[in-house]
Structure formats: C-alpha cells, structure tokens
Design a binder for this molecule. Sequence first.
Ligand code: SF4
Length: 689
Amino acid sequence: AAGPVRAERSVDSLCPYCGVGCQVTYHVRGDAIVAATGRDGLANHERLCVKGRFGFDYSRHPQRLTTPLVRKEGAPKEPIDPADPFSHFRPATWDEALDIAAAGLKRLPRTALAGLGSAKGSNEEAYLFQKLVRTGFGSNNVDHCTRLCHASSVAALLEGIGSGAVTAPIAEVANAEVIVLIGANPSANHPVAASFIKNAVKRGARLVILDPRGQALTRFASHHLRFNNGTDVALLNAMLHVIVAEELYDKDFVAARTTGFAELAVHLQAYSPDSMAPLCGIDAGTIRAVARLYARAGSAMILWGMGVSQHSHGTDNSRCLIALAMLCGQVGRKGSGLHPLRGQNNVQGASDSGLIPMMLPDYGRVGTPAVRGRFEAGWGQDLDPAPGLTVVEMMNAAQAGIIRGMYVEGENPAMSDPDLAHAREALAGLDHLVVQDIFLTETAMLADVVLPASAFFEKTGTFTNTDRHVQMGRQVLDPPGKARPDLWIIAEMGKRLGLAWSYDGPRAVFDEMRGLMDSLAGITWERLEKEGGITYPAGKAILFDESFPTGDGKARLVPASGLVPAESPDAEYPFLLSTGRVLEHWHTGSMTRRSDVLDRLQGVPAVNISPADMARLGLAEGAMVRIESRRGRVEAVAAADSRLSPGALFMPFCFTEAAANLLTNPVLDPVAKIPELKVSAVRLSPAGK
Ligand code: SF4
C-alpha cells in the first residue's frame, strides 16, 4: 500500500482543473480516490491548491451518467425539474444511442453542422474531435472554450510574435526583477502560480498589479493600479507613451528584432498619461512611475488573464502588452517574457491540436493551400478551405436556423456562453443535439442523445499546461456503469459518420499527431511515460532568444486603439458587472459543484458588492438581491467586498441557480470573436421589490 489514508494503490497523474498543470499522485481505495498529494512536477514542486487536493470526489458523484440516454418521444426541450433530471430521457444501449446520434447528424447538410470540443479533454481527444468535424461533417465549424478565454491573446501573439503560446514558464518569475500582473487573479484561478509569485516577491522582485479589482496578491505588490474596468488600452498606451517619449526603450532590441516602431511611436503621441488619466482613473504620475519601473528592469515578466482578454477590444489589450515587452526587450532571457495564464488544464493542448475553426493543428490556417494539403494527404480526404464558425457565431447561426445539428463534447455552453437566454434558446431549437459528458449538464438537458463519458481520472492521455509542458495523465479509476472513454466515443461516432477509423487507443492517435504536428517533434509516448512531461518545442522553456517565428524573424509592433467597453453603465443600468471564477469552483461548476468538500466551502451563489454600495442601498450581508441587465435577470446573495470600487459588481459564473451569464454581453472582439464577459451594465435591487 502506498500513500496516506489507508490507500491500497497510488497512481501518478495530473490535476484536472487549471492550466498550471500540477502533477498529482492519487491514492485509491476500492473504487474511489481517497487522497491526492502533489508531486515534484516542473509547474508545482509538490504544491497543490484546494481544488487539486480535495476536488477529486466528483468522479464518484451519484449523478454521474452511467448509461446512454435518448430523449423521450415528444419531451419538450425546456429546463428540467431538478428533482427528476432524467424525466425527459430514456436509457439506451450504446449501439442504439450512437446510431441515433450519428443518423441525426447525417440527415442534415454539412453546412448545418457544428461541433464543440473540450479543453478538459486530452490532446488526443481534441485532435480526434476536430478531425471528426473536418472530415466527418466536412466543415471547419469546430471550436472550444478558448474562444471564451484567451482567443484574443492568441490572436495578438500570433500576429505580433508568430506564436500563440507563452514565451516563458510561470516559474521564471523566480528570476524576474519586475512582475506585471494584469487582469488576472492567480490566488483564485491559478493558486499554485500565485505561490511562486509570492516567493519571487519575498526574494526581492517588484510586483505591479493592474486590475480594477483588489485581490489577495495586492499585499505583495509595490503598485496596484485599480484602473476603470475596460480602459486597459488607455492605461497601457499611456505607459507605452512614457517609454517612447522618455526614450526608455531598448533601442538595439527594437532596431534588430522588431518592425513597426515608427508607426507605433506616432500612434502613441495621442496617449499621454495626462490625457488618459481621467479615462482610466489612474493619476498620470503613477502611470509614469510604473512605466519607468518596467522599462528599467533588468528582467521583467508580464502575466495576464481574462481581465485582459474577455473584452470587445481584447486583441488590442494584448497588442499593448506585446508592445511593452518588445519595446523593452523583455523576451528570450531568464526572468523575462509574456505569459497569458491559460485557464483549463488542457486549453493550450486543445488549441495546439486544432480545436479552432480557422486553424488546423499547430495553427496553420485552413485557407493556406500548403497547410491544408499536408492534412489532406495525412487524412486522405479533401478539406474545406473556408474558416468555420466560432462559439458565439455558432449560437447565432443556430438561432438563425443555419446551424441545425451540433455535437458537444465536454463543454457546457448553456452555462458558459454570454447572453444565456439566447444561447439556451439556440441549443433548444436545434434539430439534433448530441452531448457527450459525465453529468446531465445544463447543455445535456437540451440534448436529443446524451453519451456518458469518462471523467479525467478514468482515462489516459497527454495534456499540455500553460507552460507548453506536455504531460502524461494516467488512468486511475474505471468509468462507472456503461460510461466509456471519450476517445472511444468520438471514434465510434466517426465510424458511424462514414470514417474508416481504427484507432486502438490514445497512443495510436498521438502517433498520428506526431506525424502531422512539428511542435511534437521529439516527444514520444515512451518518453512521456518515462519522463512524465516534456516541454515543446525541443525542450525549450524560454523562447525567442534570437528570432521570432514570423516571416522575417522580427516581432511586429501593432498600434492598439480600442478605448472603452461596448456597454457602459448609465442611468438605467448604473452598475458595471464583471464575471469570473472563485477559488473553490471551476468554470461552469459541473465538476466542483459536485465535489463535496469544495461545494461545502463555497456553495452559495453570491454577488460581490462594494461596502459603500451596500450601505447606500441599505443592503445587509446575506440579503437576496436582484441583478438585471438588458439581457436577463438573476437573484443572488449580497456579499460585501472591499476589493471592489463603488459601482462595480462581481459574480462567478459557476452557479446554475444564479447563472451570471444570463446577464453578460455577447458583443464580440472583431478579430478574435471573444465576447466581452468582463463588462456588462446592470442594475441592482433588493429581491422581491
Ligand atoms: Fe490544480 Fe491549478 Fe490548483 Fe494546481 S493550481 S492544484 S493545477 S487547480
């Protein structure tokens, strides 16, 4: 017996939650995990947060789907009675369910089909799912939740430096003199990363936080700029203005490694700190001080999260961050770099593996004949050269009757999409919806066929963390009942859609991927099994010490100009709502709300309100309040939060009983098509009035 708590056996695997990618040993007794301990992985050095340490019990929750389900004849597609969630479905055999699932999709024209894959699945599952859509459906209508988290960061990085991944791992904060953290709350969302940031500050690094909301790391920061939500471009352009005007930039680096400086410099003239200060709510002196601190640092890293990316000008926000690093030569050296903190445990890998409607695996564009030709040769079939629809575009197309059939694997758009009433209506209106998941999620409740899948612990596969570190996730438990591994289900669907597939497990899929994806060069299944994890490309943790993977090897400086959010508070809707996550819960809550420990720690849907607004509105802590936007209404518990400025509200989007995305704005960033989940104008009132 190994490990604590009377375990009978132990298995080395990974955490199923965030992109930090902590390595974990699971200790098992009978058919259940009884404990989790951190291993000495590159990203965690034996550390785990509360989700990794206690959030594994969801896999044995009594609500797990254990048999395929088919919608009963005539059962309406409407919210289901929570007391009897299966009332609209009947059990089916696998053959019957798969036959009905595939037949319903085959009946529809290829242009009417779309698929959503999952960043919670393995690389092999992501790769096979996008291959199924591209070859089985015959279009590029495939996307996943990266569209809702870092699509704008990736778009700006690809445009600016030719690569959408991080340039250096989180651990490099240990070598940074200055750490800039913007639009991210790692203590809640990447807790082990936060612990490395704290260690760096204790060692002597200066931490600069740019965020409208306070957070636990604020007490470690030398500066916390609580700028007005949505004015990132104004603030960052003002910092860039200082760096150019005071000639603080690295002239040699700019001359040798970048293009576009002259145009950027002209553009920045309009963004002096004095002119931007009123808009962003930060005094000009502080803007100058922080710009100088960053520019004069011997080494500096920028880490960012969805506070940057989830805006209608998210791509512009990231363009500014890239320009900051490029002007100051803060890339390619120890302690320097650009790091978008990736959300889900495999959002990096799912993107690399091609769950993107305009790109094939490894980010080649579907419209580029040479790129497409490589996959056409590998897959033995012509591919559609037209980019497919993104997540929100799929829902819009569904509501317009253009998309009529969907296959959703492991995603929950009926909780994660903006303007949920619209998204749910679109899903309910489909002619045919197939959902593959481990629980009867809000999306699965609207399905025609539900395919019971495997939880993270019930399958083996590779996962790529935020640091570009490909790691082996190993099977710990058997799936319950008739639930099956996702890869098996995707392959069976593929066969029924007419694809001549004969994969006998994840290794066979991984070997095919290696033949088509240069990023996986040198990374073999045997090495991953032996070494546990390998960083791509070629084991390099810090990238771009000499050149960038752009046509001319230089980074492109792109002026950014989006200044205000699409929707601002007004007399009718005077509060500004941001949505996000809390430490104890993950994404739409389908897993963590069914984790006993985590839901006991935080099981109440709350809206965070500044103490000043609580007092002004006469609200007591714990009072029920109503939050309304132009799109919907929810009720939640009022919670005073001194980290918020008056006029600002915060809600997590994991609570089905108070689904925050009923309120959010579906307006899209024009480049990356990411919705503006961070800014919605709402009003607040006591419930029942
Ligand atoms: Fe899991 Fe992320 Fe916590 Fe690590 S930091 S234990 S990967 S949730």
